[in-house]
Ligand binder design. Sequence first.
Ligand code: UDP
Length: 345
Amino acid sequence: MKVFSIVGNRPQFIKSGPMSLALRDRGVEEIVVHTGQHYDRELSEIFFSELDLSRPAYELDLRTADPTRIEDALAEPIATEQPDWVLVYGDTNSTLAGARAAGDTSVAHVEAGLRSGDLEMPEERNRIEVDRRSALLLTPDERSKDVLETEAVSGRIEVVGDVMADANRRFAPIAREHSTILQELRLEPGAYAVATVHREANVRPGRLGHILEGLSRVSGPVIFPAHPRAREVIASNRLLLGTNLALVAPQGYLDFAALASQARVILTDSGGLQKEAYWYGVPCVTLRPSTEWKDTVELGANTLVDDDPEAIAEAAAKVRISAERPPLYGDGHAAERIADLLVSL
Ligand code: UDP
C-alpha cells in the first residue's frame, strides 16, 4: 500500500503530522510531496523541525499558487510512484492541483464537505471541485456529510473527525509548558488579543486598512503575527497601525498555540484558527462575511464581522464562549480512522 500525500501550505504541514504517524504505525508507505506553495521559513521549514515531520520525498519548491503550474509539476512524481491513493488536505491551490494531477489514481480528501457558501472565495471553489473528484471523502462532522449527500458526489463519504484536532490535542499542552513567548512579548494570560489575516480578499489594501483600523480600536494589546502577504501590503501602502497593535513574525506552531490558547479573544480570517479558538475556549471574531465552520457561530463562540472597524471592536468586546460548550469536530483520532480506511478499501 502506497499513499502519495500532497502538502504545500502551513495548515497542511500541521494536518499531515498526525496522518504520517498513523500511516507509519500501520506499515503504509507514504511518499510526501511539498509543492512549495508556502516557502518562507516561518510558514514552512519551522513546522517540519518543530512537529518532527519526515522530510518530503519530493520538494518541488515551486513558489507559486498557480494551480496549473502545481498540477504540471505533480504529474511526473505521481506517474513514477504509481501510488494506491493520492491524499490531499483542505482547500488550497495545492489541494486542487493534487486532485487534478491524480488522473486515474483514487483521491482521498481530508476535510471534505466544508462550505462557506461564498463562491467568491477561491477556497470555496477548490473545495467543491476537489470533492467532485475524490473517491474517498473524509469529513470532520455530520454536517459536512449532509452537504456532500445533497451535492450527490460520487465518492464514498466517511465522517472521521478533524485531523487538526489530532494535532492540537497532541501539541497544545506541550506548547503551553515549553513556550516562553508570553514572557518574551511581556504578556499576561487573558490580557491581550491575537489577530491573523491572510485571505486573498482581506489583504487588498482597502479591506486590510479597515481591518487594521478595527484591530486598533480593540482594547488592550493585539498581537498580530503577520503573514508575509499582509506585511507586504501594509508596508507598500503605508497602512496605519494603532499603538496597541504589535506586528510580529509568523510564529511556529508551538509558540502560536501558547499565544492563541491564552488570549482573551482571537480575531482572524483563518479557517483552522476558528476551530482552535473553540478547542482552547477562547472566543473568536471572524474577519469574514461567511465561514465554513458554522457550528462555532451557531454556538455563540464565534462572531462574523466582515471588515467594518466599529463592528470588529464591538464584537471583540462582546464575544463570549461558554465553559459548557459541546465538543466539536472529533475526538483527536481522525488520522487513525483515515489510515484504517485507506488500508481497508
Ligand atoms: N498558525 C501558526 N503560526 C501563526 C499563525 C497560525 O502556527 O503565526 C497556525 C494555526 O495555529 C493553525 C494554522 O496555522 O493551526 C492555520 O493556518 P492558516 O491560517 O495559514 O490557514 P487556514 O486554516 O486558514 O487554511
